[in-house]
Design a protein around this ligand. Structure first.
Ligand code: ASP
Length: 579
């Protein structure tokens, strides 16, 4: 038997037993007459001890030749350790080595395999298999496994069936850009990799599967922003004969269950907020509600006092920072630089200090007297020692700039505690958004999302005002997932395609299979997809999803370890009819 135990297993209760262990050399300490080796595997570290009295000469010789990351097999007896290490679970014992064998030597690794490694990101990605030996990376992959298990068990218990859907599918013009695969057998024809299994899961509902889920790879060929991967994993689900409430209940329950089991944390009931409120109060459809500082509209009281910038603005938006009067001039200058940065793009930042004695001091005192500033304060609920920050301009832009400032201040003031989980459902998104470039409506979620019943009559007269029966799950300012109740009526689906600018022929060519299926008794249905990588990173308490993916791609969409993408040779291209 190569091993009787693993390296994280042995305790005081094993003292006296003969054991075989295997693993990697993490550290060797040679004191001359005695020599210690830390042996590591996925489960932990066990200390080995060799000395001239107990170990044979051959073993000692081998031990003295070891380098870091050599792979060993050892035999020996578990003994009590003289100086115990209470930092590791196996720290009470060590192995008195009788026999040692090198199963494989190792080159010196390009970075240290330790929690705090000296290896930079690029190097670690190039040698990701060595990076995975490190505790923090390994633990994240184990957490990912645990979350996947919890999802599978939870949904199976709720009667969901896991069904695999195809990866070579048909390209569609909606949504993001597709990754394309040439078909060798069908000249000049192409598959696309799925951006999501959306139409298949709807067809599974027509097929009577009732409740479907899949932990599934999805592919989107988008320009890469930080922490976006061209391939990512979704927990994809669909249910028949349901209303929005059924879906929210199941997936709120699942998320709470996972957090409880994986982290031992109890999440409060998810809040609910309409899209319109989220935008008005936080300037974002994924607000971080762990802290307040919601928006106040002071447009009416701020205008008409001779301050041109406010007078010409569509909206004047203020936030109140509790106890923010302690900001120094320099700190306010820094915040001003922040809002003027390219990332935010505001022209400047107005402030109003609320002094201890009830007076105000603003950066626009020339235009606003104490009474006027008092009005600002009362709208914002500001009290002594607070500070009010104000931005202005057209409504949507100012909302999004103020959202950036709010998050920045929240971060600075430690209000975004990673151990606190605050979730909400954002509801009633607009069904469509108008795209100036293409001069047409696009589906905000996707073309299969049902409009809210009470807005159906506006579908033709004012499509931009129609709300969708769509919902997003947002945790700590992160969009964890989203879904909708679907259109299941063929005529409504055709109407939707025509609103999106599809001709009858195009709609037929692209989605004929779905419209045809809807003619054979489609049940009412709806679903959701949660970003699995993102959910894991949220549960793990770090912001990078890359940490939770075994072999992630870099910011240019490259796998630097296997060096992909890469060119094909002429022969391969010819086979594929690509010139
Ligand atoms: N397929 C959708 C998405 O990937 C989710 C859904 O509507 O269920 O965003």
């Amino acid at each position: 038997m190569l091993r009787t135990h693993h390296c994280g297993e042995l305790r005081a209760a094993h003292i006296g037993q003969k054991v075989n262990l295997c693993g990697w050399v993490s550290k060797v300490r040679d004191k001359g007459f005695v020599l210690w080796i830390d042996l590591r595997d996925r489960y932990g570290i066990t200390q080995l001890v060799l000395n001239e009295e107990i170990s044979n000469e051959a073993s000692l010789k081998i031990a003295r030749s070891l380098g870091r990351e050599f792979v060993l097999s050892v035999k020996g007896e578990v003994i009590e350790r003289e100086s115990k290490n209470d930092k590791i679970p196996s720290g009470a014992v060590e192995i008195r080595v009788e026999d040692i064998e090198i199963l494989n030597p190792s080159k010196l690794p390009p970075f240290t395999i330790e929690n705090d490694t000296d290896g930079g990101e690029d190097l670690r990605m190039q040698y990701r298999y060595l990076d995975i030996r490190r505790e923090p990376v390994k633990e994240k992959l184990i957490l990912r496994h645990k979350v996947a298990q919890l999802v599978r068990n939870y949904l199976s218990n709720e009667n969901f069936i896991e069904v695999e859907t195809p990866v070579l599918i048909k390209s569609t013009p909606e949504g993001a850009r597709d990754f394309i695969v040439p078909s060798r057998l069908n000249e000049n024809q192409w598959y696309a990799l799925p951006q999501s299994p959306q139409t298949f899961k709807q067809l599974l509902m027509v097929g009577g599967m009732d409740k479907y889920f899949q932990i599934v790879k999805c592919f989107r060929d988008e320009d890469l922003r930080a922490d976006r991967q061209p391939e990512f994993t979704q927990i994809d689900c669909e249910m028949s004969f349901v209303e929005r409430e059924d879906i929210l209940t199941i997936f709120e329950g699942m998320t709470k269950h996972i957090l409880k089991e994986a982290r031992g944390l109890d999440m409060p009931k998810f809040d609910r907020m309409t899209y319109a409120d989220a935008m008005n109060l936080y300037g974002s459809d994924k607000p971080d509600t762990r802290f307040g500082m919601s928006f106040n509209y002071i447009t009416e009281v701020a205008q008409g006092k001779g301050f041109g910038i406010f007078d010409s603005a569509e909206s004047v938006i203020a936030i109140n920072v509790k106890d923010g009067n302690s900001y120094t001039r320099k700190e306010i200058d820094k915040l001003t630089d922040f809002v003027k940065s390219q990332q935010v793009g505001a022209k400047g930042l107005i402030y109003c200090r609320c002094n201890e004695d009830g007076s105000f001091k603003s950066s626009v005192d020339k235009f606003y007297d104490q009474d006027a500033l008092d009005q600002w304060a009362s709208i914002c609920g500001a009290e002594a020692n607070d500070i009010i920050f104000v931005l202005s301009g057209d409504k949507a832009t100012t909302q999004s700039q103020m959202s950036e400032l709010r998050l920045h201040i929240g971060e600075q003031r430690g209000l975004r505690n990673p151990d606190e989980y605050k979730a909400l459902w954002v509801l009633d998104f607009p069904l469509l958004e108008y795209d100036e470039d293409s001069q047409r409506y696009h589906a905000m979620h996707h073309p299969f999302t049902a409009p809210l019943e009470q807005d159906l009559d506006k579908m033709e007269s004012s499509p931009g005002e129609v709300r969708a029966n769509a919902y997003d799950m947002v945790i700590n300012g992160v969009e964890v997932g989203g879904g909708s109740i679907r259109i299941f009526d063929k005529d409504l689906q055709s109407k939707m395609f025509s609103l999106l600018g599809f001709s009858k022929e195009d709609a037929q060519a692209q989605f004929g299979f779905l419209m045809q299926a809807f003619e054979y008794g489609a049940p009412p249905h709806g679903g959701i997809a949660l970003g699995f990588d993102r959910l894991c990173s949220l549960i793990g308490g770090t912001s990078s999803i890359r940490d939770y993916i075994a072999f992630p791609k870099n910011n240019s969409g490259r796998d630097v370890m296997i060096d992909a993408p890469s060119p094909l040779n002429a022969e391969q291209l010819k086979d594929l009819n690509i010139k």
